[in-house]
Design a protein around this ligand. Structure first.
Ligand code: ATP
Length: 305
């Protein structure tokens, strides 16, 4: 890969330019950024149909049943929260959806088709992307390069095409840089596009992870505790970003310990405890659900508030 920054010099000017815009210009600019980010928007189908389904998924680690016959669906266009006390099986659920682990029994279906033995890469190509509890960025690469790497999952040219620098490869690379820049702007960190990922503030790194996952053009974006380590103001901003992602045509699955955030941003919630689904419903229903309240008893106020 050539250095994206050579093709698209990142001017500190971009942020200043946006700041100088009138409200009308700003709205138009934001719409253009959103359009560049959601390239598949026009092929999105109706909101409401099931995008991903877990059907009786059981996953065992030796003698430990991490998921016990779990079934639920994620509808296109919604923000679904996946919550539960520590060790409930949330991350294992993500891992079963993204090909890290195969269910011991049961099925995960994307758009009605089983993931079966698909590899992680194939699953990314089929449209599921995720972030991790512990940030996993390429520290020595710039923020922009980290996102361009994400877009590589969608490239159609072969390695040979890249080596020969065929026109199609060049076109794809240019588009990838432009889209990566739009993504950085979308998540609010365009001003640090040329900085190495390892030098970015923590909150920026978390946003960069989201931008990188979005770069694969996922149908389903899975966020694993994206607010971990955030202060209340940062959490508030993150809620805004998650809503913006959904409004731009993505479907979001969110694992999060912060109840205020989960209740404030999700459309529906699934609750796990000891590997079993104990509840599913609207945030207001979940809040009042006795089984959920019991599951959270004993959890420190910070997490349960
Ligand atoms: N690779 C593994 N090998 C053995 N046990 C595992 C493995 N991964 C997870 N587990 C166990 O499976 C159970 C569910 O873990 P999981 O990480 O999915 O929970 P979680 O709900 O995401 O928890 P947390 O909120 O603490 O991240 C736990 O008992 C955990 O110890």
């Amino acid at each position: 890969m050539s250095h994206p920054t050579e093709d698209a010099p990142v001017e500190g000017g971009l942020v200043a330019e946006v700041a100088r815009m009138t409200p009308e210009q700003r709205a138009e600019h934001d719409a253009e950024v959103a359009e560049a980010v959601a390239v598949d928007r026009d092929i999105q189908v109706e909101v409401g149909e099931t995008l991903l389904e877990l059907r009786d998924v059981t996953l065992k680690f030796g003698g430990l049943t991490a998921l016990d016959s779990v079934s639920f669906g994620i509808r296109r266009g919604e923000i679904l929260g996946l919550i539960g006390p520590n060790g409930a099986g949330k991350t294992t659920c993500f891992n079963a959806m993204t090909g890290v682990y195969r269910p011991t029994s049961g099925q995960v279906l994307l758009e009605g088709k089983p993931l079966g033995k698909a590899t992680r890469h194939q699953i990314t190509q089929r449209g599921i992307a995720r972030t991790f509890q512990n940030i996993r960025l390429f520290g020595e690469m710039t923020a922009l390069e980290n996102v361009v790497v994400g877009t590589d999952a969608r490239h159609k040219t072969s390695v040979l095409g890249a080596l020969l620098r065929l026109p199609r490869h060049h076109r794809e690379e240019k588009t990838a840089v432009e889209r990566a820049m739009a993504l950085l702007e979308f998540v609010g960190i365009a001003d640090r596009a040329a900085d190495k990922a390892k030098n970015l503030p923590y909150g920026y790194q978390r946003r960069l992870e989201i931008a990188r996952a979005m770069a694969t053009e996922p149908k389903l974006l899975c966020l694993d505790e994206p607010a971990a380590g955030f202060n209340p103001a940062e959490k508030e901003e993150l809620m805004g970003l998650i809503r913006k992602i959904r409004d731009d045509g993505f479907t979001v699955l969110l694992i999060e310990h912060d109840m205020k955030l989960v209740m404030g941003v999700t459309d529906r919630i699934v609750v796990l405890e000891f590997g079993k689904k104990i509840a599913e419903g609207l945030p207001a229903e979940i809040r009042e659900n006795p089984a959920v309240i019991a599951a959270y008893l004993g959890v420190p106020d910070d997490d349960a508030a």
